[in-house]
Design a binder for this molecule. Structure first.
Ligand code: SF4
Ligand code: SF4
Ligand code: FES
Length: 253
């Protein structure tokens, strides 16, 4: 017995896909496979998956990079909810002796626990979620942004996104509407709308004002409840709705 482990074992059920995603079937059939995994001190869900891959089945596919909550690559469905796995300790999600781990929903499965993140980041591009500098401002001069200004503080609370797609997997509107931009892309646009260095915040607003943008959010907050960085995309999207409405009103007068 490893000095770092106690006597207990965890019963772990992992979803194994039978095929990769296709255009018709993003999440193809698969089956649960079960292993007994030794419990260790401070063990994370990612530690469990890695132990199985190293000691029981080298064919098990999953993805991670930093292991410290920075890169956003390790998210999976844990006990039925999307979570980052490198910072989720099993003691916080296991009640009893069973752990279930599946791929993120709303994204195509590549194999087993690895999903294709391309559709998630494509939505950021569709939302126009890139910073556009104001060319009228001298680019060599540091922009005069006051850290305590209202706009800066509004942007700051939404800015620490790591692109993990937990919110995207949690969102029922993403599941219902293939064209919905989703919480992370809209949250990013909200930071740009409030960025005083941006050339055209109004263009960003217009890009997300329609049915595939902020109007389709039902504000049920799954994204905010599960975001591992404790961001609140629901609040950001509410801000986009408010400003889009004001922009539309101004356009009529
Ligand atoms: S609040 Fe909006 S973006 Fe967040 S999960 Fe609900 S519908 Fe999706
Ligand atoms: S908003 Fe939160 S849950 Fe969504 S991608 Fe960013 S860090 Fe992940
Ligand atoms: S492995 Fe980088 S956030 Fe989990």
């Amino acid at each position: 017995m490893d000095n770092n482990s106690d006597q207990r074992e965890l019963t772990v059920h992992i979803w194994r896909s039978e095929a990769s995603a296709s255009d018709d079937d993003l999440q193809p059939d698969g089956a649960w496979q079960t292993w007994e995994v030794p419990v260790r001190n401070s063990q994370t869900v990612l530690d469990v998956v890695t132990w199985i891959q190293r000691h029981r089945d080298p064919d098990l596919s999953y993805r991670y990079a930093c292991r410290v909550g920075m890169c956003g690559t390790c998210a999976m469905t844990v006990q039925g909810k999307p979570r980052w796995t490198c910072r989720t300790r099993i003691g916080t999600v296991v009640d009893g002796n069973e752990l279930t781990i599946a791929p993120l929903r709303n994204l195509p499965i590549i194999k087993d626990l690895a999903t294709d993140m391309a559709p998630f980041f494509d939505k950021w591009a569709e939302a126009g979620a890139q910073f556009v500098p104001d060319r009228n401002v001298d680019q060599q001069t540091m922009a005069p942004v006051k850290p305590d200004s209202r706009a800066r503080r509004t942007a700051d609370v939404a800015i620490e996104c790591i692109g993990c797609a937990v919110c995207y997997a949690a969102c029922d509107t993403v599941a219902w509407r293939a064209d919905y931009l989703g919480p992370a892309a809209l949250n990013r646009v909200w930071t740009l709308v409030n960025d005083e260095r941006e050339a055209s915040p109004k263009e960003h607003l217009k890009a997300v004002a329609g049915e595939s943008g902020c109007l389709s959010c039902h504000s049920h907050q799954s994204c905010a409840e599960l975001c591992p960085k404790h961001l609140n995309p629901t609040a950001s999207i509410a801000g986009l709705k408010r400003k889009s409405f004001l922009l539309a009103l101004a356009g009529r007068s």
